[in-house]
Design a protein around this ligand. Structure first.
Ligand code: PGA
Length: 248
């Protein structure tokens, strides 16, 4: 049984003071639910959020990590550094990192492997851009991203990974994929995972949809059979909006 997983991705928004204010308001609105909930915040806010959410059931995630244990990598953070502050999750391969910061299928794979040696659970982002969709290449491309990301990872570890299908054309644009389009792509990701592993393993992997998820469309998206969760950008910045999505 896959447990629904709703996560907020704050990107480069909020100061520590703003993050603490969010946490206080959100905790008051949040009631124990069967839905797993997490906030992926900028590095400076992680420690405050971990302590604010302690015991609340709300998890905290980082948005990036380096794959090496340590070294001359100015500006980067290691898995161990994130473990030290008790972060639960980490995003890998968000399209903005692929687009602006040179993240490749190869570094995504290395980051997944590094995280899988720790207690931090990875959320792997995949998705096609508009041109690739219009050329009818979405499934091929996303399938290739999934295969490259999971290369050399065994089925036991693969089950710990959440996959977020995020079509680039739907991120921050207000343009959501239709629930059918999103469901179809999530089904295709599960087929690829079945090919790579087996049906049992693929059935256990949680697949989220991300791209302009908001309170108005969350229920419809979450009701789709192949969609187990949502990765929410803009609408996760406000406690009232995000709680509505968590309580879809
Ligand atoms: P959005 O972002 O909800 O603002 O479209 C989603 C994401 O980038 O994870």
């Amino acid at each position: 049984m896959r447990i629904p997983f709703i996560a907020g991705n704050w990107k480069m928004y909020k100061t520590i003071a703003e993050a603490k204010a969010f946490a206080k308001e959100f905790k008051a609105l949040y009631h124990d639910t069967d839905v797993k909930t997490a906030i992926f915040a900028p590095f400076t806010q992680l420690q405050s959020l971990v302590s604010e959410f302690d015991g609340s059931g709300i998890a905290v995630g980082a948005q990036n990590v380096h794959f090496e244990k340590e070294g001359a990598f100015t500006g980067e953070l290691s898995v161990q550094m994130l473990e030290e502050i008790k972060v639960d999750y980490c995003l890998v391969g968000h399209s903005e990192r692929r687009q602006y910061f040179g993240e490749t299928d190869e570094t995504v794979n290395l980051k997944l492997k590094a995280l899988l040696c720790s207690k931090i659970l990875p959320v792997l982002c995949v998705g096609e851009n508009l041109e690739e969709r219009e050329e009818g290449k979405a499934k091929l491309l996303v399938g290739a991203q999934v295969k490259a990301a999971f290369d050399g990872i065994d089925s036991k570890d693969a089950e710990k990974v959440t996959v977020a299908y995020e079509p680039v054309w739907a991120i921050g644009t207000g343009k959501t994929a239709t629930p059918e389009q999103a469901n179809d792509m999530c089904a295709c990701i599960r087929e690829t995972l079945t090919e790579l592993y087996d049906e049992e393993t693929a059935d256990r992997i949680v697949i989220q949809y991300g791209g302009s998820v908001k309170p108005e469309n969350a229920t419809e998206i979450m009701n789709m059979e192949e969609i187990d969760g949502a990765l929410v950008g803009g609408a996760s910045l406000e406690p009232l909006k995000f709680i509505e999505i968590v309580n879809f």
